[in-house]
Design a protein around this ligand. Structure first.
Ligand SMILES: [Zn+2]
Length: 178
């Protein structure tokens, strides 16, 4: 029997990702990833406390902090430059289309700090894959790139259903197909 991803599942995923941390204290050291495979599209939505990536969660105050913040944004906006942060199977031929990184407190001219002293970075990546049938594993370079990340909570939604998994160092790969 052929199974599909039902629309409510996808919209539920989108809702869950955008509301992951809304109104709740986040947990330092934990990154949340929603990974979806649909047709030839691989979508990754990441929500991370800024502390994990930068060591602080407010607008940068010194030149060194401004440089660190700019480096984090540049790295995450080009996740496939250098060691890939998100590496799908080579045979799947995935190329990065959209990379959207949102971290309001790091924007130039951002108003001081978030009210509760915490701030997140949210990122959305869309890859187009020439041979999506070859997708089986996603390798994450996040632990390597960011020492403060302790745990990555992953939810995968694909043609065969959904699965949740938690990665702890040194694990770095997520199964896309069971
Ligand atoms: Zn925080």
């Amino acid at each position: 029997m052929k199974r599909h991803i039902t629309p409510w599942l996808l919209s539920g995923l989108a809702l869950a990702s955008s509301a992951v941390w809304a109104g709740k204290a986040h947990e330092h050291g934990v990154v949340k990833l929603d990974v979806a495979v649909e047709g030839n599209k691989l979508t990754i939505v990441m929500a991370a406390p800024l502390d994990n990536l930068l060591g602080f969660e407010r607008a940068p105050r010194t030149d060194a902090e401004r440089k660190a913040a700019a480096d984090v944004l540049a790295r995450l906006r080009s996740p496939d430059k250098g060691a890939p942060l998100f590496g799908a199977d080579a045979g799947a031929g995935c190329t990065l289309g959209k990379a959207e990184v949102v971290a309001p407190v790091l924007e130039p001219g951002a108003k001081a700090d978030a009210k509760d002293g915490h701030a997140d970075l949210d990122a959305t990546y869309e890859f187009a894959c020439a041979s999506p049938a070859q997708l089986s594993t996603l390798n994450l370079g996040l632990f390597e790139a960011y020492q403060r990340i302790k745990r990555i909570e992953v939810q995968v939604v694909g043609p065969k259903g959904q699965a949740k998994t938690t990665l702890r160092r040194p694990a770095s790969s997520v199964k896309l197909v069971r």
